[in-house]
Design a protein. Structure first.
Length: 79
């Protein structure tokens, strides 16, 4: 029996729109750093966490083949 993972909302937690990009959808994302506003292009199949090149803030992390975007603003780049 399969059960869907529950996403709990903690009070006082970051009010960011976390997005999870499935691994099957390989694409490039343009993520706006919430810290310094720098636009950075990342690949959704990144094997590890992605940090801002300017201020080193973590923009996304990779968990179990999925990319979790930790920025409010990001755009999917279609090729
Ligand atoms: Zn930054």
């Amino acid at each position: 029996m399969l059960s869907k993972p529950k996403i709990s909302r903690k009070k006082g937690f970051f009010k960011m729109a976390y997005r999870i990009i499935p691994e099957t959808k390989s694409r490039f994302l343009k993520i706006k750093c919430p810290g310094c506003g720098n636009d950075q292009i990342v690949f959704s199949k990144a094997s590890s966490g992605i940090k801002c090149l300017v201020c080193s803030k973590e923009l996304a992390s990779s968990t179990g083949g999925k990319l979790i975007v930790k920025a409010k603003e990001f755009k999917e780049l279609s090729s």
